[in-house]
Ligand binder design. Structure first.
Ligand code: GDP
Length: 370
């Protein structure tokens, strides 16, 4: 469903399809419904829902993904019509984040956001809680359901259990954040400059991180040994040491409570000495992604941190798109994390942009007697 132009809807749908593929799905077909507002019952309206049911039947799809956030009621009613699982954009994004979270804190943040999303959507019948939670996820303590309290329905028990888990997770996250702050301060005190890699999901942030740290010397020492796996130590060609932190990929229309949940990794961005803003040069419209990421950078008050725009995937990019992008971002650098093109140049740029260590000046004042 959309209330915007057809073009906007098509772009958003193309992104949704890419997201679904990132999550490991095969996308079979798409339907756009234009209305002033979503249908209260089935989100897309009963006529369109029936059309969708036929598409599902003829393609053999096992899931319908909606571009937006559906109310719990809409989700159930649409599922009743199309007879397969219905997932909305929020759930899909949560799923991708769950697959990509690497650090303990990141995983905890995703679990928390998933539970927050799940809480009002629990159904009182059918699937067990663990199946509805998508399996895996957070390390559940002890098998089976908690015993039901007196007069409590199954759904109430489930809700209570989830709330308890959420409270526990929040506490754990607060603890982990303390540890991270300490480490960050320690790095600051040792004057290790930090570089944060930001960018849209799938822009090639992890690939670039691997490229950059692979090119430098990886030396473990006490200061870095216990760091989050997504913060790595790297070295510029001139031998200066810095940290390189990967961040969660941005997505347009990031659900609001997710923005809150992921503020922790965004903090790395606001705190960094330099942002490597990675853009997927092979995308037909990288400008929209660039703008979306800039918006998030401003929202975490990181707009004053120096930024290098890194246009990645040069090997797969359309030269016209690259030219257009370079006219808009004349200081950007074009690289390919895959082939290594432009990486040496980028390393030099990083070297130039990193803050110089403060130099203590000892001034000898000549002094004459008399
Ligand atoms: P992230 O989500 O931003 O961390 O992106 P990844 O590093 O996981 O990369 C996303 C996809 O883009 C992967 O399939 C990579 O293999 C691919 N990729 C990354 N860098 C390049 C590149 O320079 N050229 C091409 N053609 N593909 C790339």
């Amino acid at each position: 469903w959309t209330d915007g132009t057809l073009e906007e809807a098509e772009n958003s749908m193309a992104e949704l399809a890419a997201l679904a593929e990132t999550a490991g799905s095969e996308v079979l077909d798409g339907v756009i419904q234009r209305r002033d507002k979503p249908d209260a019952a089935t989100y897309i309206g009963s006529g369109k829902a029936k059309e969708l049911r036929d598409i599902v039947a003829s393609t053999g799809a096992d899931t319908v993904v909606c571009d937006g956030e559906l109310t719990p009621g809409q989700l159930i009613q649409l599922e009743d019509v199309v007879k397969v699982k219905v997932v909305d954009r929020t759930a899909l994004i949560l799923d991708i984040f769950a697959q990509h979270a690497k650090s303990r804190e990141g995983k905890a943040q995703v679990s928390l956001a998933q539970m927050q999303y799940m809480l009002p959507r629990l159904r009182g019948w059918g699937q067990s809680l663990s199946r509805q939670m998508g399996g895996g996820g957070s390390g559940s303590s002890g098998g089976g359901m908690a015993t039901r309290g007196p007069g409590e329905t199954k759904i109430e028990t489930d809700r209570r259990r989830i709330r308890e888990k959420m409270a526990k997770l929040r506490k754990e996250i607060a603890e982990m954040k303390k540890g991270r702050d300490t480490k960050r301060q320690e790095r600051k005190r040792h004057q290790v400059p930090s570089v944060a890699i930001a960018g849209y999901t799938n822009a090639g942030k992890s690939s670039l991180l691997n490229r950059l740290t692979g090119a430098g010397v990886l030396v473990e020492n006490a200061l870095f040994a216990t760091l989050d796996p997504t913060v790595r130590r790297a070295q510029t060609p001139s031998g200066r040491v810095y940290t390189l932190a990967d961040t969660v990929g941005f997505v347009r229309h990031l659900p609001h409570h997710l923005v809150e949940a992921f503020r922790s990794t965004m903090e790395e961005v606001a705190d960094a000495d330099l942002i490597l803003h990675v853009v997927d040069g092979s995308h037909p419209e990288p400008e929209t992604q660039l703008a979306a990421v800039r918006e998030v950078i401003v929202s975490v008050e990181a707009q004053n941190v120096p930024e290098i725009v890194v246009i990645n995937k040069a090997d797969a990019a359309d030269p016209h798109v690259l030219q257009r992008l370079l006219r808009r971002e004349p200081h950007a650098i074009v690289v390919s994390a895959r082939s290594g093109t432009g990486i040496d140049e980028l390393l030099k740029l990083i070297d130039d942009e990193l803050p110089r260590p403060a130099i203590e000046l000892h001034v000898l004042v000549p002094y004459t007697r008399g």
